[in-house]
Design a protein around this ligand. Sequence first.
Ligand code: NAD
Length: 476
Amino acid sequence: MSPQPEPSFRESVELMFNRAVSLMDLPAGLEEKIRVCNATYTVRFGVRLRGEIKTFTGYRSVHSEHMEPVKGGIRYAVAVDQDEVEALAALMTFKCALVETPFGGSKGGLCINPNDYEEHELEVITRRFAYELAKRDLINPSQNVPAPDMGTGEREMAWIADQYARMNTTDINARACVTGKPPHAGGISGRVEATGRGVQYALREFFRHPEDVKIANLSGKLDGKRIVVQGLGNVGFHAAKFLSEEDGAKIVGIIERDGALMDENGLDVEAVHQWIGTHGGVKGFGNATYVENGAELLEMDCDILIPAALEGVINLENADRVKAPLIIEAANGPVTASADKVLREKGTVIIPDLYANAGGVTVSYFEWVKNLSHIRFGRMQRRQEEARHQLVVDQLENLSDMMGKKWSLDPKFKAKYLRGADELELVRSGLDDTMRIAYQAMREVWHARDDVDDLRMAAYIVSIDRVAASYRAKGL
Ligand code: NAD
């Protein structure tokens, strides 16, 4: 018997979509409309570098325009291709619907290894790519709003925003053409940490539901849970840092490109991150066991596995050896459709990508709104809120004087209560709310329907239903 073929990333997303729609009652035409990717633009452009012309290939894919602008990151990686950006664009459609950000789904990518270039070279390449996309409205505040993804960050987003502004000098909303910008270039506090923070909030919400925790054969809270993380980049680093520093979880394994680190007592995430920053990998980090074949740690005995690097890492080859009872997909598509089946049959609970890593797009939404309203969150109400709280505190303390009791409020409580929320607190509060509500929408379907036995299907059903409702309401 020939081995079962592994589906491509796009095929995996489509297989998951197909499984969901088979449980729904959509007219065939509408189902097809939601399934297909509307358009993918491929661009090949030349840049003069180091005395010669180098040609680069980039993509911007628009999966669904049931809401506009469409939204999705731009990835810089050698493996970027049409299949990948289309899969990622489809995931964006469903992700945005699940967390109720008013966007359609899109994604972009450039075939490049950013480590091969100097900063000034990357700037020229990025600006040229942005120019190619912007002149076709594939970067535009009201039509298509990119964000960071693997291999890109604040720096690239600032270049893109500036390039767009230079091409659209009278567009007062130019800054809203891209999100994930640095704070001094129209960004928002809390965007860099947002996806990892969202993973933390997602796990917190999961552990608020003992029945769900029990399905994963776990018990109790996050405190003391043993976690393995793959990829200590933007998403993996923040998730691991917050879970270990704020929730008492132990990061017992970190997998990177050049190997993995293991420590049963819990790794110091910040120290490992700094080590990677200066040495380019985890090898040589003291106080931990180094494993050359890092991927082996995906199969390590632990409570929670967080794949936060790239797609397809849990596949037919290793799925049956993955021991973690709970997987949270911080990366997009880390579990292939075939591996998903193997894991479901084993009883592994998977918190799916379209929910788990939606923190990024959620805070991007806040940034876009901030850019369009041209004012930072909290600016109008912060001091007014503080003044109102001061009134209550004064009244309570006066009351104690009047009663001759001479007590005063605990200074720590007072300081906390009196302080009006700044932008970062508001962003975190909005993100927390979003992650809680979206989880509750998923689990309602998961528990209410006998034919839905995993969170991924529940997530797809909630999302597809919303996309369908949008098409029904406004026509195609
Ligand atoms: P990143 O480039 O900051 O980090 C990726 C990390 O993974 C790097 O540390 C890299 O060295 C490591 N890595 C790469 N290949 C690896 C391998 N084979 N084994 C082990 N480690 C490997 O990227 P990121 O922004 O953190 O994105 C990671 C994932 O999260 C991607 O799937 C991305 O689509 C998804 N995501 C990112 C965001 C965001 O806001 N950045 C939002 C949603 C989803």
